[in-house]
Design a protein around this ligand. Structure first.
Ligand code: ATP
Length: 248
């Protein structure tokens, strides 16, 4: 890992609506160029961490009550989401959220609008996304509401890539998708990481897939980070194998 991480989360605590304590102590770092997976059971707090990292908790009546999150020198809690996006922190956090009544191409274009680029730059980025996800080329005029779940996930990721992220934050990219599509999406993400040094922080319930592709993983339990290590270290641990990989 690099000496100065791109993202640093320290002692993070968070609540929803003043009552529900969702996070009670989360520490993690993401170095530039790394793939870091956040793993843990249902309700462990993975989504909440990703929302806090993107400064999206206030929109959900949630709040960070302790700790701090620093992205590339920015204090995330004091930085509006659009400014974080301009600084390269882009999230895909609402499942495979697409604008169902817009075409695939129109969905992708919306991802480039916030950057203030001209038409030519957006066109060039669009061509790039179609080369990253060739499966979308023949669907470019199809309504996003009518394509498959896997293709919708590709559109959601493609839209985020249109914002030219340095750190892409993904919530459960494998959810509800067939293993073949999951493999395709993860190998695309791994290629972007390798070839373009795209840094990734992703939450996954599918620990097998996550540990296959991540450099490091952080295990969350009941709102707390309890274990951190390289993917190889975690795969070798009996407790992780038994609990998360069903290999006990
Ligand atoms: P899942 O995979 O099921 O989404 P998760 O690990 O992502 O699980 P979170 O969604 O972050 O976990 O949830 C952590 C805790 O916060 C849970 O107890 C959950 O019920 C609670 N929670 C999540 N979102 C809200 C919300 N909008 N309002 C109130 N409580 C919430």
């Amino acid at each position: 890992m690099t000496a100065t991480p791109l993202l640093r989360v320290e002692g993070l605590e968070a609540r929803y609506g003043g009552a529900v304590r969702a996070l009670v102590g989360v520490d993690l770092t993401v170095g530039a160029g790394e793939i870091v997976a956040l793993v843990g059971s249902n309700g462990a707090g993975k989504t909440t961490v990703l929302k806090a990292v993107s400064n999206l908790l206030p929109a959900e009546r949630g709040q960070v009550t302790a700790g701090r999150i620093v992205y590339d020198g920015l204090d995330v809690a004091r930085t509006p989401t659009d400014a974080l996006v301009r600084a390269g922190l882009v999230g895909v956090l609402e499942g495979r959220h697409c604008f169902r009544a817009l075409s695939v191409e129109e969905n992708l274009v919306t991802g480039g609008l916030g950057r203030g680029s001209g038409r030519a730059a957006i066109r060039a980025d669009l061509d790039r996304i179609f080369s990253v996800f060739p499966r979308l080329v023949e669907k470019r005029r199809a309504l996003a509401g009518l394509i498959s779940g896997g293709e919708q996930q590709m559109v959601a990721i493609g839209r985020a890539l249109m914002g030219r992220p340095r750190l892409l934050v993904l919530d459960e990219p494998s959810m509800g998708l067939a293993p073949k599509i999951v493999a395709e999406i993860f190998s695309t993400l791994a290629r972007l990481n390798r070839d373009e040094r795209l840094t990734l922080l992703l939450a996954e319930q599918n620990v097998t897939v996550a540990l296959r592709h991540a450099d490091r993983a952080v295990v969350l339990e009941n709102g707390r980070s309890v274990l951190e290590g390289t993917a190889a270290e975690l795969r070798a641990r009996d407790d992780v194998r038994a609990f998360y990989l069903g290999l006990g």
